[in-house]
Design a protein around this ligand. Structure first.
Ligand code: XBP
Ligand code: MG
Length: 258
């Protein structure tokens, strides 16, 4: 089946957002009077848990099991409040212009749209974070090219569960073999694979060097004519940036029977 749609992950793929997330988490913990500080090493380890609320809960359960008082008795309500504060702080950073798009993202979105491909978002983060990021870093016409927004609110379970991708496929009314996903992380790869969607990985500093077995290709960025990618795995066909033609090539081995 020919390629009909591209599903973009957000954090780490459209923009390198995780340092802004990490700063928002740490500012939230400080404001709450907690001695928690997630440095880059801790955060890289915690990123194996998708979802900010789930990540806080994992840290609480594994690193701070002796938290006293009501927080321990009703952690979920307290964690939800912490995460709301973190999301507000993250939104302030993003709307203040703290983030830019990764190399090649806006170009590929426009090329795909002009080639008649449909575009969707498939992310763990919340819809408000996606809207704020696109509004503050992407030209309106490019941001307006996305037809479906599958965000953290759309699926019971977070990546690597395939839920968010399955929801996106349902909204697109497309089979997985008509799509390709662009991701940055192992959780994202496994979520897309779980939905049967061939996946291209563009690594980011928090995921570089991870095991992306099963991806149709692995590059260090989507790239631009003046900013070539480094092909880590896969056949680049003498290209140095990801365009629609290369995506169609990477997609073709996965196409089912015509
Ligand atoms: C990456 C995630 C998110 C972010 C933090 O999402 O796992 O949890 O780290 O955002 P993506 P929230 O699927 O886009 O790579 O705190 O809103 O979860
Ligand atoms: Mg990601």
């Amino acid at each position: 089946m020919d390629l009909k749609a591209i599903l973009f992950d957000v954090d780490g793929t459209i923009s390198e957002t995780e340092e802004a997330h990490r700063a928002a988490f740490n500012e939230t913990f400080r404001a709450e009077g907690l001695d928690w500080h997630w440095d880059r090493d801790i955060y890289r380890r915690l990123l194996s848990v998708a979802g900010g609320r789930e990540r806080i809960r994992f840290f609480l359960d594994t690193e701070r099991p002796h938290l006293p008082g009501p927080k321990k008795d009703a952690p979920d309500d307290w964690i939800a409040r912490l995460h709301q504060d973190k999301t507000r702080r993250f939104g302030d950073k993003v709307s203040g212009g703290a983030l830019t798009l990764r190399s090649g993202v806006e170009r590929l979105i426009r090329e795909a749209r002009d080639d008649g491909l449909r575009l969707a978002i498939a992310t763990t983060t919340s819809r408000v974070n996606v809207d704020t990021l696109l509004a503050s870093s992407m030209a309106r016409d490019a941001a307006g090219s996305f037809e479906v927004f599958a965000t953290g609110e759309c699926s019971q379970n977070k990546k690597p569960d395939p839920g968010v991708y399955l929801w996106a496929l349902d909204q697109l009314a497309l089979p997985p073999e008509a799509c390709i996903a662009i991701e940055d992380s192992v959780n994202g790869l496994h979520a897309a694979q779980g939905a049967g969607i061939p996946t291209v990985i563009a690594t980011c500093p928090y995921t570089d060097g991870d095991d992306f077995t099963g991806a149709v290709a692995v590059v260090d960025r989507l790239g631009e004519p003046d900013r070539p990618f480094r092909i880590i795995n896969g056949d680049a066909r003498n290209k140095t940036w990801v365009d629609v033609e290369l995506l169609r090539h990477w997609h073709s081995p996965n196409a089912g029977d015509a």
